[in-house]
Design a protein around this ligand. Structure first.
Ligand code: SAH
Length: 344
């Protein structure tokens, strides 16, 4: 069965070299295979036309190429956003979104099936957690979307379903594969990783100095309120989180982006803006305001004019702030919404 074979798309070039060596094959063969997988993005060994039939047969006995099927593809009528619903080989579903920005194409991918973090405004966590995604399943979301759309992803955001730092080892391996010079070769400077605030993993990530942009989902500067909407705050509170963020900025020299979903009557008062500015003042950071996306399981809404006022107030307080543009509003492009509709 597939499970006894090796998931070749999750292996580094060095690991493939070692495996091929044990099969009596030379290093350049491993490089050719790595190129087929990560540059030409084939999904079958039979497509590797410069590899002999005999070796292709041996490869398919020892390895398998991770399979993802596009089961739904929604293209926005208002912008060029494309949303993909993928089925995994165990029948689970995940989502990716391809976005077209002025400065290039960006893809948003999932890192887990479901999520255990329990943020109460987020559709991805409502049905709980099923499993972590493998490095190959993260890569395939990009490769299939690129092949299907004919577009090249210039940047990547880990902001789809799941908490990337709760699947730390697989996410780090995925990033190593994605940035491999002989593979997809995406610079990690073009990657943003969003976390709800798993402090020990932020500290671990800082030590790696990968160059990626860390986004931290803050959503409130008040511990009581944050714990209500984000249970993770009961494990690591705002003070612990901000202290880890300061260390991250010091160790990596990179600015942090704080995500703040503005929710009417919950976190959008003038006092909330002052508390937020007070908390982040002096840090090398940027605040990204997201008018909360309505999900059918919750009554949260965003008041557009309140979001503008909140933003203006933060600016007046000297903060670096932007309001996220809504892309793909007509195709339910927010986190986890498509998967939930499909599975119910
Ligand atoms: N688990 C990670 C990444 C996934 S969510 C994290 O928590 O950061 C990506 C971003 O979308 C996070 O900032 C998350 O809080 C936010 N988000 C989730 N549901 C939302 C909604 N309904 N409206 C606005 N933002 C939402």
């Amino acid at each position: 069965m597939e499970t006894e074979k090796l998931d070749i798309l999750s292996l580094s070039l060095d690991e493939i070299i070692m495996e091929l060596d044990s099969m009596g094959e030379k290093k350049f063969r491993a490089e050719q295979i790595f190129n087929w997988l990560h540059v030409k993005k084939v999904t079958e060994f039979s497509e590797m036309s410069n590899i002999s039939l005999e070796l292709r047969t041996k490869l398919s006995e020892k390895f398998y190429i991770k399979r993802l099927n596009i089961v739904k593809r929604l293209e926005s009528c208002v912008d060029n956003t494309i949303k993909y619903l993928y089925e995994l080989d165990d029948g689970n579903h995940i989502e990716s979104v391809f976005m077209d920005y002025k400065h290039g194409n960006s893809i948003c991918i999932s890192t887990q099936v479901g999520c255990k973090m329990g943020c109460n405004f987020c559709a991805s966590t409502i049905a709980g957690f099923r499993r972590n995604l493998t490095p190959s399943e993260m890569l395939m979301q990009i490769y299939l979307a690129e092949k299907d759309s004919g577009r090249h992803a210039d940047s990547l955001v880990l902001m789809g379903i799941g908490e990337p730092l709760d699947n730390y080892d697989n996410v780090i391996r995925f990033l190593e594969l994605l940035s491999a010079p002989k593979g997809r070769n995406m610079s990690l400077r073009h990657v943003s990783l969003s976390t709800c605030g798993i402090v020990p993993k932020i500290n671990e990530l800082a030590k790696l100095r990968t160059g990626l942009t860390l986004s931290v989902s803050l959503h409130s500067a008040d511990n009581e309120r944050r714990s209500e909407i984000m249970p993770v705050n009961r494990s690591w509170n705002i003070e612990e989180l901000i202290s880890a963020c300061k260390n991250y900025i010091r160790d990596t020299g990179r600015r942090i982006s704080f995500e703040y979903a503005v929710i009417s009557g919950v976190n959008d008062s003038p006092r909330d803006a002052e508390a937020l500015a007070g908390l982040l003042r002096g840090m090398n950071c940027h605040i990204n305001l997201i008018p909360v996306n309505k999900i059918k399981e919750r009554s949260y809404t965003a008041d557009r004019s309140a979001v503008e006022k909140f933003s203006a107030r933060l600016e007046k307080l000297g903060m670096n702030v932007t309001v996220r543009r809504t892309l793909g509003a007509d195709i339910n492009a927010a986190c986890g919404q498509l998967r939930r509709e499909y599975e119910i």
